[in-house]
Design a protein around this ligand. Structure first.
Ligand code: MTE
Ligand code: MO
Length: 239
């Protein structure tokens, strides 16, 4: 299998499902299956380490997740982030334009709703609130819809959540430019929430009058995904 980043062995959900013979039918119920799936994979790997360990993407404790089977690579020349919807000044940012803005570094635990956690991971980028201020949020705006250049994933936040100082539009992770695997060149990092809120391959920030549930939220996960307080199975991480 080609490796999107030249390091580790990323494994998408579809591939995981096909490994288990669940195929496309499994994809529809994936959020509910995911816990079972990971424990099945874990136990197969435990019994026969040669069989699945090599396939399990676990570089530095992270697992690679993408609901899209392939995602284009974008960089200096063709990456664009648009801010539009209920704003006074719709805008489009290149990577250089994002880098030219003040950068904020946040170091927190990463917590996936399925149970894996990576302690104290540094993320760096522009606060979402700075981009919102630059665009001039209109009074009738209440929420944000995030879209991704994988063509499939989406996320949401209320405006109040989005204005927190630990919600970043990230260019760097683990003190390196964000890799394609981890959603580069630009992903969201919503530090206080489960990692599914942190949309990878971010391409659009659109102000809306009400919350439009994101990809996993349409499939049963909480819209307000506070770690330890929503439908994950974990305790709150150490901040
Ligand atoms: N575009 C996009 N963003 C996404 C996802 C995805 O499938 N597509 N998965 C989410 C989930 S469930 C998790 S746990 C993290 C995984 O991030 P990682 O692949 O960098 O470990 O990305 C989140 N953001
Ligand atoms: Mo996740």
């Amino acid at each position: 299998m080609p490796d999107p980043d030249g390091q580790g062995t990323p494994l998408g959900r579809r591939v995981l499902l096909s490994v288990l013979g669940l195929g496309a039918a499994g994809v529809a119920t994936a959020p509910y299956l995911q816990r079972g799936l990971e424990s099945v994979l874990g136990s197969i790997a435990d019994k026969d380490p040669t069989k699945l360990t090599g396939l399990l993407p676990n570089g530095g404790g992270f697992r690679y997740y993408s609901v899209a089977s392939s995602v284009p690579h974008k960089g200096e020349a063709d990456y664009r982030l648009t801010v539009d919807g209920l704003v006074e000044r719709p805008s489009t940012y290149t990577l250089d334009a994002l880098r030219a803005l003040p950068q904020t570094r946040v170091e927190r635990d990463v917590q996936c709703v399925t149970g894996w956690r990576v302690p104290r991971t540094p993320f760096e980028g522009v606060t979402l609130s700075a981009l919102l201020d630059a665009a001039g949020v209109r009074p009738e705006a209440r929420a944000i819809r995030f879209t991704c250049f994988d063509g499939t994933y989406s996320e949401s936040l209320t405006l109040d959540q989005a204005r927190r100082s630990d919600v970043l539009v990230c260019l760097r992770m683990q003190d390196e430019p964000l890799s394609h695997t981890h959603g580069g060149p630009v992903r969201l990092f919503v530090a206080p929430m489960y990692f599914y809120k942190s949309a990878k391959w971010l391409s659009g920030i659109s102000l809306t009058s009400k919350v439009q549930p994101g990809y996993w939220e349409e499939r049963g996960y909480d819209i307000d995904a506070w770690v330890g307080r929503s439908n994950g199975r974990d305790d709150a991480p150490t901040v």
